[in-house]
Design a binder for this molecule. Structure first.
Ligand code: IPD
Ligand code: CA
Ligand code: CA
Ligand code: CA
Length: 261
């Protein structure tokens, strides 16, 4: 896509995200309807659905030819990354949304023929919108975001996921031990935004496409690396253990993880 068209789209999507945030804030003042999806630890609310519907409708208006893969199933049945594809997570961190009313994000990633093109992570309660992509740059609330320092694992905090750390999958305990310590937020979007901001040197979690579609675009735009846990490239249409990290931290993490693979 032409740079000018991308810049226009980037501005328009940021406006949609502001509206989506207002929608969520308004709905938070009303009674929530909470349902279990696959277990008591996997929730969905009326706001996940209504915000997804809002995002799908708005993104469709901005780019009618795009296909939309959305977590709660209100988008399209997407089986290919050919053409323009949006990958949407209407509320990332639903458990936090329900129990903390804090620490959750609205996210979308835009891929053109599989190429990471635009990404949006909106920390709703922190009111921080991370937006942009490789051609348009990355901003936070409209201000340019500088690339984080390429710190080694030993010099930074590590974003863990609770299940991987508790069950020591992928040598997670050794990875954390080699860092300055673990941090767990319960929202992939919030934790990836902390890697973008240089607050964490990496984040490893088992993720589905909508959990990391936005974060991948933003992270790669800032010189961070996104890969599967064995170092191979991620696939935006499948789930797996995904590592977002500085280049130096990635090297150390892969050395620990692949030792026992
Ligand atoms: C979840 C959160 C959580 C991660 C889970 C995701 P959701 O997203 O990002 O941090 O550990 O794997 O499913 O379901 O709240 O959008
Ligand atoms: Ca969910
Ligand atoms: Ca999610
Ligand atoms: Ca979600």
């Amino acid at each position: 896509m032409e740079k000018q068209a991308l810049q226009q789209l980037n501005q328009a999507v940021q406006t949609v995200f502001q509206q989506a945030r207002q929608h969520v804030l308004t709905k938070m003042g009303e009674k929530l309807t909470v349902a279990e999806k696959t277990s008591r630890k996997d929730l969905v609310t009326n706001v996940d659905r209504s915000n997804e519907l809002f995002l799908v409708q708005q993104l469709r208006q901005l780019d009618p030819q795009a296909h939309i893969l959305a977590e709660e199933g209100l988008g399209d049945h997407v089986t290919s990354l050919a053409g323009h594809v949006w990958i949407v997570d209407p509320i990332d961190g639903t458990m936090n949304f329900v129990h903390q009313r804090n620490h959750f994000a609205i996210m979308a990633g835009y891929y053109v023929d599989g190429e990471p093109t635009l990404g949006y992570i909106y920390d709703v309660m922190g009111n921080r919108l991370y937006a942009g992509g490789p051609q348009v740059g990355v901003t936070v609330n409209g201000q340019p975001l500088a690339a984080p320092a390429d710190l080694p694992l030993s010099d930074g905090l590590f974003g863990a996921s609770a299940p991987l750390l508790i069950h020591n999958r992928f040598q997670m305990q050794a990875v954390v031990d080699a860092s300055l310590g673990p941090r767990i937020m319960g929202s992939a979007g919030i934790q990836i935004s902390q890697v973008l901001a240089g607050e964490l040197v990496g984040y490893l979690s088992y993720l589905r496409p909508w959990d990391f579609a936005a974060g991948r675009v933003l992270a790669e735009s800032l010189g961070l690396v996104v890969s599967q846990v064995d170092g191979t490239p991620v696939n935006m249409l499948s789930s797996g253990a995904v590592l977002v990290a500085t280049k130096r931290a990635q090297r150390a993490i892969l050395a620990i993880v692949t030792q026992t693979m």
